[in-house]
Design a protein around this ligand. Structure first.
Ligand code: NAP
Length: 342
């Protein structure tokens, strides 16, 4: 491979794809040639990269000729079908979907935690973790190194951009619909035809339903923290009971976490550990009303952690609140960081 790379972005027109282009540009990734791929719907559109128009092409099996690195974010089905075409053509795939995350032959990587796992790429594929998991681990892993995490109880507050471009449009449209009719606070239920992406209205609401339900009563999304957390942290005994909630926030996920550790923990020790953790800001002065906010981390590379306190219901327990831009650390930024490591 030469010093510059031929990079392909699959799903370039999506919520994550757009951020991929921004990350590649802002981080000055050595892009020699850029191929933008999406569905036939988008073929022929142009997108800007470093001030130049790049034309989007339709994703086809032969779209990867000469590509060095293919960043996939077009859904699990597309990854399963097309990643093999990309690797066969000689490209390394960094996949954002859940298609390969739990495959033993595919490293699942948050570069600040387990970049070393990228040394082994038997399938030529590296996977990007679930967004809520990646953001939570940015604080949990350094705490684990210091105190040995046993289990967590967590609730997420997930932004609509985590579902993609159509969900962003749906929340926007619902808010406009309500506001344009000059309705009052106690008249917020919208017509059924305004609800398409989610099973219920998302504006002015909180949906305890992210991804599909399993026989256990948890959703698939809720189990990702335990399953992916074990793999990323190399910690097979890690346990996580999670409730994932979709909230009417456009951008950035927040997670309330109660973690139980093997060893005693103090707030001062935890704060010192987190202050040194890469990719993480400690924002924790409740007396000054300072704590991580979705609005503040939106568009930022770093996650933010705060509301640190001893958990009053757990032994060796610490409660905290973490927020991060899931389009960045939960997706595009993490994928580009993986590509940089590769
Ligand atoms: P999105 O906004 O709905 O974008 C989907 C992208 O996939 C679009 O570029 C779309 O192209 C393309 N696509 C759809 N069907 C296709 C097909 N048949 N052939 C080729 N391209 C096709 O979704 P997103 O939020 O960006 O998510 C993309 C992936 O990233 C998903 O696997 C998701 O689970 C994962 N992910 C997302 C986030 C997040 O915060 N959003 C975080 C972590 C992981 P068109 O524009 O032509 O339809």
């Amino acid at each position: 491979m030469s010093n510059t790379k031929h990079v392909a972005v699959v799903g370039a027109t999506g919520a994550v794809g757009v951020e991929m282009l921004r990350c590649l540009e802002q981080r000055n990734f050595p892009v020699g040639q850029l191929t933008l791929l999406a569905s036939a719907r988008s073929a022929g559109k142009t997108m800007k990269f470093k001030g130049e128009d790049v034309t989007v092409k339709e994703l086809t099996p032969d779209a990867f000729a000469g590509v060095d690195i293919a960043l996939f974010s077009a859904g699990g089905g597309i990854s399963k079908e097309f990643a093999p075409h990309a690797t066969k053509a000689g490209a390394i795939v960094v996949d954002n979907s859940s298609a390969f995350r739990m495959d033993d032959e595919v490293p699942l990587v948050v570069p600040e935690i387990n970049a070393a796992d990228l040394k082994n790429l038997p399938k030529g594929i590296a996977a990007n973790p679930n967004c809520t998991t990646a953001i939570t681990l940015m604080a949990l892993y350094p705490l684990h190194q210091a105190f040995g995490v046993k289990r967590v109880f967590a609730s997420s507050y997930q932004a609509v951009s985590g579902t993609g471009a159509q969900a962003i449009e749906e929340l926007e449209a619902q808010i406009r619909d309500w506001a344009s009719a000059d309705r009052k606070w106690d008249d917020v239920r919208l017509a059924a035809d305004k609800v398409k992406v989610y099973p219920h209205q998302i504006a002015f609401n909180a949906l305890p339903h992210v991804d599909s339900f399993l026989d256990s009563g948890y959703t698939k999304e809720e189990m990702k923290m335990e399953n992916e957390g074990r793999k990323i942290m190399h910690h097979p005994g890690f346990r996580a009971s999670v409730t994932c909630v979709r909230v009417p926030v456009f951008r950035a996920h927040s997670v309330a976490v109660s973690a139980e550790f093997e060893r005693p923990v103090t707030v001062a020790e935890a704060r010192a550990v987190l202050a040194k953790a890469p990719g993480l800001d400690v924002v924790d002065d409740p007396t000054l009303k300072q704590y991580p906010l979705a609005l503040d981390v939106a568009g930022k590379d770093n996650c933010a952690v705060g509301r640190l306190r001893l958990d009053c219901a757990l032994d060796n327990g610490l409660a905290f609140w973490i927020a991060g831009d899931q389009l960045l650390k939960g997706a595009a930024l993490n994928a580009v960081q993986i590509a940089e490591c590769l």
